[in-house]
Structures are given as C-alpha cells and as structure tokens.
Design a protein around this ligand. Structure first.
Ligand code: ZN
Ligand code: ZN
Length: 312
C-alpha cells in the first residue's frame, strides 16, 4: 500500500493555503520526499510525518521553488534531534547547495546527510521500492522520477500454511514477507506455496518541471498515478513554451496517450485562483484527473485503483 501526500502544490510562489512543490510517498515506515519547496518542514508536521522516519529526498532540479525548503528541513531535524542518516538525491549543484546550507546550522546537524548526484536511470532501491530518474525538458538540467513498488508476495493464505504444517508465528511472518523457511523436518516452504499470486507492481511517475517530452510519456506508460506539473492553461501556452512548462491540456494528453490510470495536477500558477480552469481543461481530455491540494492524500494498492482519501 502506498500513500501519496501533497505537501505543496504551488508553482513559483507560495500563496495562502498553497506551499511550494513537495510530495511525500509513504510506504510502511519509509518516506520518500520529492522536491523540497519552502516551508516543507511545517507541512511534514501537519501531515504527521515524524522527525526520525526512514527518509530519502529526491530533488528534480535546482530551481529555488523546489529546493528552498531543504535548509529548513535540515535545521528542523537537527533541532529535534534526528539520528537516522538522511540520503538526498538530485542533479549537479545539490551537493554544494546542501554543504553551504549545512554550515548555517551553527551547532552542526545531529545526523549524517549524504548527497548523491544523479544521472538518468535507477537511483534508489529498497526492499519494495525502486526509484529511477529520467531527464525532462526544462530550462536547466531537470529530472522526473518513476517510483515502482512491488509487494514481495500475494496475500498470505493461513489454511495453506496449516495444511503444510507450518507452525504459526515467526515462520508465517517470514513467508508473508517473501522469505523461504525451513521446517524442523527439513522441508523448505516457499512464499508461493502459501500465498496468492504476486499482484502487479504499482507505478507513480512525477514529472517535475518540464515541457511535454518523450521521456515523460515513456515513463508514464501504464502508470497507476501520473503526477504532472500544469503551470498554465492553453490560453497561456506561449508562456508555457517560453518558460519551459506544461499546460493542463499537455499534461492530460500525456496521461491519455500513456494510458495512466489517474492524473494529479500540481505546480499550477497562482494566476488561476483555486485552479478550476486548470482542472476543467485537463478533464476535457482526460476525465480521471484530480487537482492536487496541499495535504491531499491519494492511496494506491486497493483493488479499485488510486483513490483520493482526503483533501479534495
Ligand atoms: Zn523549474
Ligand atoms: Zn517550479
């Protein structure tokens, strides 16, 4: 099960009720954070994400609206005594940016930060999640991210385990988490003996800031959730081209062509008020579109597909 929480949905400038871009993807006790817009530290508190979580940060590009929150995050975590190391991934320039900002924390950070310069391709792998970067088309070097979650097994079937004389307890837990177990009589039981077939993986794609581009369309193919910037409506498409951004229609066409299940639009300009014109334009092309709001949550991993669970 994955939970996506929009911590900031603004484009360029924070406004009342809308912070700058930041998205948290929660999976069990781990949190992946995509972009770190200004004031992300308070948004993490509001979203109930703890200080000492297993956390990795992925930055799309070095424009201020996407990185201004990082120094605040480092400071907050230090003041509150974080001890777990923090991994930060992003393009060239991020290493120096973090180094300079760390120096402003006069007592030093209470935890180790490691910053990785990324290239396109896989950048992160944990037990269940792989994050890959792809290069997009913006005014500076910029990446989008593809997040794939694969459950280790299908649903655990207690009756099958009992039939095979696997004792309840730690062996059941090991099988349910994808490990083979050895019984006292020497037999080995595999997860596939006592679970349903493994469900397909879940894919989330985040565009970062970009013009429509082939790399984004390819990454978005079959995505359960495409999170795409939609800075402008088509009326302002000239501006979108000049400034390296997307229109709502452009984002919707990518979702349609790549057969994504749901499109969540974010990073929309304050000029459109509550964003209604952005949503209307996209829905005309791709009806399964939602407009992200700060602290909105989308849950993935249910049989009925991605679902907005709060904040719409
Ligand atoms: Zn940008
Ligand atoms: Zn931006």
């Amino acid at each position: 099960m994955l939970d996506v929480i929009f911590l900031g949905t603004g484009g360029s400038m924070p406004t009342e009720g809308r912070n700058l871009p930041a998205i948290a993807v929660q999976c069990g006790g781990s949190v992946l954070l995509f972009d770190a817009g200004e004031d992300i530290q308070r948004q993490l508190g509001r979203a109930g994400i703890g200080v000492n979580n297993r956390l990795s940060v992925f930055i799309t590009h070095m424009h201020a609206d996407h990185v201004l929150g990082l120094p605040g995050l480092l400071l907050r975590f230090s003041l509150l005594g974080r001890t777990r190391p923090l991994a930060i991934y992003g393009p060239e320039g991020l290493i120096e940016y973090v180094r300079v900002n760390q120096q402003t924390i006069h007592l030093g950070t209470s935890f180790e930060s490691v910053v990785y310069k990324i290239e396109k391709g896989p950048v992160f792998h944990s037990e269940h999640i792989t994050v890959s970067a792809f290069e997009v088309d913006h005014r500076v070097v910029a990446f989008g991210y593809e997040i794939v979650y694969q459950r280790p097994t299908g649903t655990f079937l207690p009756d099958r385990a009992l039939e095979l004389d696997v004792p309840r307890g730690p062996l059941w837990r090991a099988l349910a988490s994808g490990e083979d177990v050895k019984l006292q009589d020497g037999r080995t039981v595999s997860p596939s003996d006592v679970t349903t077939a493994k469900p397909p993986g879940l894919k989330i794609v985040y565009s970062g800031d970009t013009r429509p581009c082939r790399a984004l369309s390819e990454a978005a193919t079959g995505a359960d959730l495409l999170i795409c910037e939609a800075m402008y409506t088509s009326e302002d498409s000239q501006m979108a081209t000049e400034r390296g951004h997307m229109t709502a229609a452009g984002a919707a066409r990518i979702a349609l062509e790549s057969r994504a299940h749901m499109l969540a639009l974010t990073h929309y300009s304050p000029r459109y008020g509550d964003g209604s014109p952005i949503l209307a334009e996209a829905r005309g092309i791709f009806p399964e579109t939602v407009l992200a709001r700060d602290l909105m949550r989308i849950e993935l991993g249910n049989s009925e597909g991605p679902k907005v669970t709060s904040g719409e």
